[in-house]
Design a protein around this ligand. Structure first.
Ligand SMILES: *[C@@H]1O[C@H](CO)[C@@H](O)[C@H](O)[C@H]1NC(C)=O
Ligand SMILES: *[C@@H]1O[C@H](CO)[C@@H](O)[C@H](O)[C@H]1NC(C)=O
Ligand SMILES: *[C@@H]1O[C@H](CO)[C@@H](O)[C@H](O)[C@H]1NC(C)=O
Ligand SMILES: *[C@@H]1O[C@H](CO)[C@@H](O)[C@H](O)[C@H]1NC(C)=O
Ligand SMILES: *[C@@H]1O[C@H](CO)[C@@H](O)[C@H](O)[C@H]1NC(C)=O
Length: 895
């Protein structure tokens, strides 16, 4: 009873960039009772301990790798955490009447954790390695050869001030890998097995006023295979503590949808669910106002009608209201549209006009049409899907969420011309969708990689029966207000897809749940082997094909392969489902190591990697002429050609945008990260970057020569030169001598000079568009390594202990030309209020642990990732040195 609501709102809205005088509350005399909603980060100052074996005799549930009847199964106490997301009340779970019969010292307030490691979240215990390098690794290549297995315990004290005693205290975890279970003051509160989903627990009943409250969180990862890629390990996403009045907007309690959209006006429908956890019936007034998000003036654009609702104790109720926004700024993907956002600010008042809660919902106004013959229309404009698949890891930082690292990934993708992301194959962290909303990416939001049938021994299939409904509903409610999300996917390459009856039954069940939660977006599940006539294809709202569109093991270069083979399938699916939009949810799967080239170069437009064609299973490098693919994949050229011959296809998501940890196909025996990215694990551009840029940014003048021109062993040998350009014609010169002016032929996406004979010097290309000069590119032969040249992605970062600098090292010769095959061992140092958190070079088979300050350059480049110290401002100097060359440094600062 101490804060005037206008002051309180001024503060709260300050977070939105709204000035205090723009208080949206009409009744400025209203008094807040206690605190309105307060959400704080709980990321700092945890104690952590990890064991590779099960150290505590408990397990979420018995599994193939933990099938010992002496283990105490905690599942009965965890299942009720999903109750809010189980529609049928009779199917919800009762908490057992007794506590689990265990003695767990780690959850006790008195337990002495002083010897445990001090960590800040988000935290991934496995990323520091070391890598398992042996022939029979404990954790295999598919999962990145990193020590994810075992049990991790996190402990932290919580301070509950007396003024909060009437509030509810809610713990929110954006994701923990995996099977997180939470204890407060020794009491098991609940948990959420699927490591990629977010969940909230009401910890109020277990708290006592004062400083001594003990929070303990246990996570466990199976010892066997539980994933087809690197999952990360630990509490790898943000943790929040939210305090609310017992009468409050429920978790994920708002649902905003928009309709009748034009540039003149749009209708916004809002549903607000309110929860009463107080012990008496309450009448609540619900007031929601709409502001332009991020506007300096806090411009209010609409107000929903006020609504009253009466709520019994321990109940929830909803109000539904509509309003019209005049001259709305629509949300849409750049470069032709702009991702404008609004924010709905919902305030709850009690019968005496006292403010109870303020809840903000960001949303956008956009229309999306999903047409079978003309692809995707966003606000009436055809937007071809120029998408990429992204796994959740952040390279050398592992799975531990970092907003700057994710933003950097998206920035480089945007430079490439990407306008869409598929969250392969799991819910992203909520902040990723905030970024895609702000930056204007379209998102295919995907939840499962397996249903009831396994892909790996200990994957989601173990918990499918218990958790598919709560996982689906909570994910849908969490993500439904994001304008960037345009498609829901409830499965990727599901093993059931060809078991017709089973596939139909499960797909229909999952689809039904999605439709109950959201009817404004279509559903899909990606098919890599289902036929057009399959029941599976019949259930989904839109057809999303993995690789099949271009054909599997299709064409002469793939003729010698055995395995699942398909002709290109777009026409067949289009004919079988003439009413459904078709897209490629995974296209390409082409493979390369940045800056590596091998000879001879295949004459095919697309060929499978093998030891005599593009690959080398000894060096573990794959040629970056960008003509080589996985057996079931295609080089980009073939994807583009297929798309151009099937204009009804809405576009596709390339497998993959960035290289990621795990799935090092085809070198499972030697490598630890993927070859399929357009961008390598360190964030360096492969040659393919320029090929996609040429297609996806046709108005951006660029030309790019492949390969580099430093081949001392190739003098006199044929060394093909290929050029990627957004122009339509180009002339190539070698040491001033024209090699011919050539046009890009129809259905080809590069200009090739396959007969160039290597001599050192300079290769130069002039590209033309419509007959006029458009862009040029020059590549010169480098001499011996002479120096290290450093550059940083930014000059200054925030001194908040989270912001990051990405420092690139180039090994250059005496004239400053990058030495393309240099592999100098580089030593990094930093001075000033900062630390080097990881280094990388983008090579898929480098087993140097990521935190190492010593790293070999790979094909001339290396990367250091530097983090500032929280609260300390000053200059940062990063130095790189290597024997026999001049050292380099770069100066930045934290502000
Ligand atoms: C545990 O082992 C028994 C006996 O081999 C087997 O029948 C059962 O399916 C296993 N349980 C799990 C969860 O793997
Ligand atoms: C404003 O709040 C006061 C104090 O609670 C209350 O008496 C009054 O009815 C409210 N006015 C409106 C317009 O809501
Ligand atoms: C579906 O199509 C495939 C391939 O053409 C065919 O083998 C199969 O018999 C068809 N199934 C049904 C149920 O028609
Ligand atoms: C490698 O692929 C090529 C086609 O690009 C094929 O002709 C050759 O037989 C393959 N080699 C092996 C060893 O499979
Ligand atoms: C692979 O690379 C190694 C080392 O450079 C070389 O000796 C070998 O000939 C290469 N293999 C093929 C098939 O090119």
């Amino acid at each position: 009873m101490k804060l005037l609501s206008c002051i309180h709102l001024g503060w709260t809205l300050g977070l939105l960039g709204l000035p205090a005088q723009a208080s949206p509350v009409q009744n400025t005399t209203a008094i807040a009772s206690g605190n309105v909603r307060e959400r704080t980060s709980l990321n700092k100052d945890w104690k952590f301990w990890h064991s590779k074996e099960i150290p505590d005799n408990v397990v979420y549930d018995l599994r193939p790798d933990a099938n010992d009847s002496s283990l105490v199964v905690l599942k009965p106490w965890v299942l009720p955490s999903g109750n809010d997301y189980i529609a049928d009340a009779s199917a919800q779970y009762e908490r057992p009447l007794t506590e689990p019969d265990i003695d767990l010292p780690y959850v006790e307030n008195e337990f002495d954790d002083t010897d445990w490691e001090q960590v800040h979240l988000p935290h991934d215990w496995a990323i520091k390695g070391p890598f398992y390098t042996d022939e029979d690794p404990e954790i295999g290549s598919a999962m990145g050869r990193l020590p994810v297995q075992g049990v991790g315990w996190y402990r932290r004290k919580l301070d509950v001030s007396r003024k909060d005693k009437d509030d509810l205290v809610l713990l929110e975890i954006d994701g923990a890998m995996s099977y997180p279970i939470v204890w407060v003051n020794g009491h098991l509160v609940g948990g959420w097995p699927y490591g990629y989903n977010s969940f909230q627990l009401d910890i109020t009943p277990y708290l006592k006023p004062g400083k001594g409250n003990q929070l303990a969180i246990r996570v466990e990862n199976p010892a066997g295979d539980s994933s087809r890629w690197y999952p990360g390990a630990g509490i790898y996403r943000n943790v929040w503590l939210t305090k609310v009045n017992p009468i409050h907007v429920a978790h994920y309690g708002t649902k905003v949808t928009t309709k009748d959209i034009s540039t003149r006006k749009a209708t916004v429908d809002l549903e607000v669910q309110i929860e009463n956890k107080a012990d008496k019936t309450q009448k609540v007034e619900v007031v929601t106002e709409v502001f332009v998000h991020g506007s300096k003036h806090g411009r209010k654009v609409a107000q929903f009608p006020r609504q009253d609702i009466s709520l019994q104790p321990e109940s929830k109720g909803s109000v539904s209201v509509s309003t019209t926004i005049r001259d709305p700024r629509l949300w849409g993907p750049p470069p032709t549209q702009s991702p404008d956002l609004y924010v709905a600010v919902t305030s709850l008042y009690d019968a005496r006009g006292r403010l109870l809660d303020i809840y903000k919902t960001k949303f956008g106004i956009r229309s999306v049409e999903y047409t079978p013959d003309n692809g995707l229309l966003v606000n009436g404009e055809r937007v071809p899907i120029q998408g990429v698949n992204q796994h959740h890891d952040l390279g050398a930082l592992g799975a531990a969420w970092n907003k700057r690292a994710a933003r950097r990934q998206l920035e480089i993708l945007q430079e490439l011309g990407v306008n869409a992301i598929r969250t392969a194959h799991n819910p992203p962290t909520p902040e990723l969708l905030e970024l895609t909303d702000e930056m204007g990416f379209l998102v295919l939001d995907e939840i499962f990689d397996s249903w009831a049938q396994q892909k790996t021994e200990s994957d989601f299939h173990l918990i499918f029966n218990d958790w598919s409904e709560p996982d689906l509903r909570s994910w849908l409610r969490r993500d439904r207000n994001h304008p960037s999300v345009i498609i829901w996917s409830y499965g990727n390459e599901i093993a059931e897809q060809n078991r017709d009856a089973v596939a139909a039954e499960i797909a229909t069940y999952l689809q039904g749940i999605v439709k109950e939660e959201d009817t404004t977006r279509p559903t899909t599940a990606s098919m890599n082997s289902a036929w057009p006539n399959s029941s599976f294809a019949g259930v989904v709202d839109l057809i999303s094909l993995n690789y099949q569109g271009e054909g599997l093991r299709y064409g002469p270069a793939y003729a010698h392969l055995t395995g699942n083979r398909r002709d290109p399938q777009y026409d067949a699916f289009h004919a079988a489902h003439p009413e459904k939009l078709i897209l490629g949810s995974e296209v390409a799967w082409s493979l390369s190591s940045r800056g590596s080239f091998s000879f001879p170069v295949t004459s095919y437009q697309s060929a499978p990697v093998n030891d005599t064609s593009g690959g080398n299973s000894t060096t573990l490098e794959i040629s970056a002429y960008e003509l080589y693919s996985a057996d079931a994949g295609s080089a980009p050229d073939r994807v583009f050609s297929t798309q151009d011959q099937h204009p009804f296809v809405a576009g596709g998501f390339v497998w993959a945008g960035w290289d990621y940890i795990g799935e090092p196909y085809p070198y499972y025996d030697g490598a630890r990260s993927a070859y399929s990215g357009i961008i390598d694990l360190a964030g360096f551009k492969k040659e393919r970057f320029y090929q996609y840029q040429a297609r996806w940014r046709p108005d951006f003048p660029m030309a790019h020569i492949v390969p580099h021109w430093t081949w001392p062993d190739r003098v006199g040998e044929v060394t093909p030169v290929h050029v990627f350009t957004s122009g339509d014609e180009a002339e190539l010169f070698l040491n001033g001598v024209s090699q011919g002016r050539r046009k890009k032929e129809p259905l080809t996406y590069r200009i090739r000079w396959d007969d160039v004979v290597y001599e050192p010097g300079e290769v130069y290309v002039v590209a033309y568009k419509d007959g006029t000069e458009w862009a040029t590119h020059t590549v010169r032969t480098a001499g011996a390594p002479a120096a290290l040249r450093l550059s940083a992605d930014r000059e200054a970062i925030a001194a908040d202990g989270e912001d990051l600098l990405f420092v690139t090292v180039e090994v250059v010769d005496a004239e400053g030309i990058v030495v393309p095959q240099a592999d100098n061992l580089i030593h990094f140092e930093v001075s000033g209020p900062a630390e080097i958190v990881a280094t990388d070079n983008g090579f898929q088979a480098d087993f140097t642990a990521f935190p190492s300050h010593d790293r070999k350059a790979f094909n001339g480049l290396a990367l250091a990732i530097v983090k500032g110290v929280d609260g300390r401002k000053g200059d940062i100097v990063v130095t790189a040195s290597s024997q026999g060359v001049e050292k380099g440094e770069v100066v930045m600062k934290t502000v």
